[in-house]
Write a protein of this length. Structure first.
Lengths: 421, 108
């Protein structure tokens, strides 16, 4: 594939599909989401059947918008009722004089952004379960197909289809519309949106699932949508900026987290020259914007990520500050995963003995491979190779990810008294 | 003449369509670069079959596999060479087929 063409078409369909579905849902009403999706599908099919013959249009996005716009105008002209629409829009769409120009206006850049924002809030409506929220976001705003979402979440296609179906049911039964909630309700609703994006990013970043350890697409989408929130005056609060900063810092390490063979490279051994400096700088910028009166868990997590990103090497990382931040975090919402991270930080900040003590107090992570890996690491550093080996072996039995398994096998091999191979 | 039949998956996801489009564009680009591409047109779905002045029916080829999506005219010295060019046809994965037909050269 020629690089020029690849670049133009790359992500174009997916992103424009998300943008057009948002705009069309505003025009037709969210209750007609299905119709909006059909229009976009038809539009993309039309592009697919003509572009190979006519060549790529000069402005591919504009071409798609024009086709979708015309289809929307046709439908709106025939439609008799405009229930669930914003009243001012309803009025403009009912008159033949203003119909076309109003539709056209909705496809202006600023309006598209506004529609996407509204769509995000609708997808994260409190009556929709969080798992379904993420699936709906990916389907409507990110242009991912059900099969692709299923692949990303490592779930059956049917499971995802059901989640999306139920979310759409909620949109109907709860009469969810594309209204942006007013103040002060928006603050509460924004929390839900940020949470869903946070989970989406983690889903892409986390290593607990086998294969495709880092699913960059999900990370990218979460970042893209958070960036939209950061640009809008109604949603660009400290929490949004802190979350975006966190994403930037984490994403800066994506390329260094796996080696060329797809094996995991731990933070300790990562080539810091492979960290994406522009992204780290973006992170610094948003973290600075986030520094206001309000503090959220995203602030604490972003600060931890920042300490890692700004450390010259592993040994010179400010582990004491990181330990302190984890302590703070575990006060916000105590979870054993947090305590695990805190204990790992303790082993560098305080000492291996207190780290082991902290680890031994965690009760619920017996089936979590990273728990045993962490204990094994500390034994290994203490020269207790036999105990370390046992922990690594337990961890090995608990993970299904080939990359993680490879990493653990290497660790076991490094223990003394292990025959090579 | 390469006649493209079937292969259109109407429920493809945006990325699938995008990937498919990329392949089509790359194929056309290659044919053009090699000086083989002459022309091509997409066909809209649907049509009429006229089998007599009073016998007009819908079709033919309105269903899935039969739909002719369009055609290319390419330069090839033999039908075998034209067949070889079809290897890059992007829609095999979707069950598409290519009819390769020699166009008679009319030297006047």
């Amino acid at each position: 594939m020629g690089p020029s063409i690849h670049k133009t078409v790359d992500h174009l369909f997916r992103h424009e599909s998300g943008r057009m579905i948002a705009v069309l849902s505003k025009l037709l009403g969210l209750q007609q989401l299905h119709m909006a999706q059909d229009i976009v599908q038809d539009t993309l099919l039309q592009a697919m059947t003509t572009w190979p013959f006519s060549g790529l249009p000069d402005n591919p996005a504009g071409w798609l918008h024009r086709v979708a716009r015309n289809k929307a105008v046709d439908i709106l002209r025939k439609a008799k009722t405009f229930k669930h629409l914003q009243p001012e829009l309803q009025h403009l769409l009912q008159s033949e004089y203003t119909l076309s120009s109003t539709v056209q206006q909705c496809f202006e850049e600023e309006e598209i952004m506004d529609s996407q924002l509204r769509m995000m809030f609708a997808c994260c409506h409190p009556s929709i379960p969080v798992e379904a929220q993420m699936a709906l976001i990916l389907k409507t705003l990110c242009g991912l197909g059900t099969a692709e979402i299923a692949k990303a979440f490592l779930k059956e296609e049917e499971t995802i289809a059901k989640r999306i179906y139920r979310a759409k049911e909620k949109i109907r039964s709860e009469h969810i519309s594309l209204e942006l909630p007013g103040f002060p309700k928006i603050a509460h609703r924004l929390t839900a949106v940020l949470h869903s994006l946070y989970l989406l990013f983690n889903e892409g970043y986390n290593s607990s699932l086998p294969e495709h350890l880092i699913r960059e697409d999900l990370c990218e989408e979460a970042m893209r949508l958070t960036y939209l929130l950061a640009k809008h005056p109604a949603t660009n609060g400290p929490g949004t900026h802190a979350l975006l900063a966190l994403f930037c810092f984490q994403a800066s390490r994506l390329r260094a987290r796996l080696d060329d063979e797809g094996n995991i490279v731990l933070l300790k051994y990562q080539d810091r020259r492979r960290w994406n400096q522009p992204l780290i700088q973006h992170g610094n910028y948003y973290l600075e914007l986030a520094t206001q009166d309000e503090t959220s868990v995203y602030h604490l997590e972003a600060a931890i990520a920042w300490l890692h990103a700004s450390a010259p090497d592993f040994e010179h990382t400010n582990w004491k500050a990181i330990y302190h931040l984890y302590s703070e975090l575990s006060r916000y919402h105590p979870s054993d995963i947090l305590l695990l991270n805190k204990a790992i930080a303790a082993s560098y900040a305080i000492g291996r003995k207190s780290a082991i003590n902290e680890l031994m107090e965690i009760k619920s992570l017996d089936n979590y491979y990273l728990y045993h890996t962490a204990i094994g690491e500390i034994y290994f550093d203490d020269g207790l190779d036999e105990q370390a080996k046992q922990c690594f072996q337990t961890a090995l039995d608990l993970t299904t990810s080939p990359a993680e398994q490879q990493l653990l096998r290497n660790k076991i091999r490094a223990c003394k008294g292990t025959s090579p191979g | 003449m390469l006649i493209f039949q079937g292969g259109l998956k109407s429920d493809a996801s945006p990325s699938e369509m995008q990937a498919n489009m990329g392949k089509w564009m790359a194929w056309v680009e290659k044919l053009s670069k090699d000086g083989k591409y002459v022309s091509g047109e997409p066909l809209l779905p649907g049509g009429k079959l006229v089998s007599g002045p009073a016998s007009v029916t819908d079709g033919p080829y309105t269903e899935g596999k039969e739909v002719i999506g369009g055609y290319f005219i390419i330069n090839a010295s033999s039908i075998d060479e034209a067949v070889v060019e079809c290897r890059q046809y992007p829609d095999f994965d979707f069950g598409g087929q290519v009819q390769v037909r020699p166009v008679m050269a009319m030297d006047m």
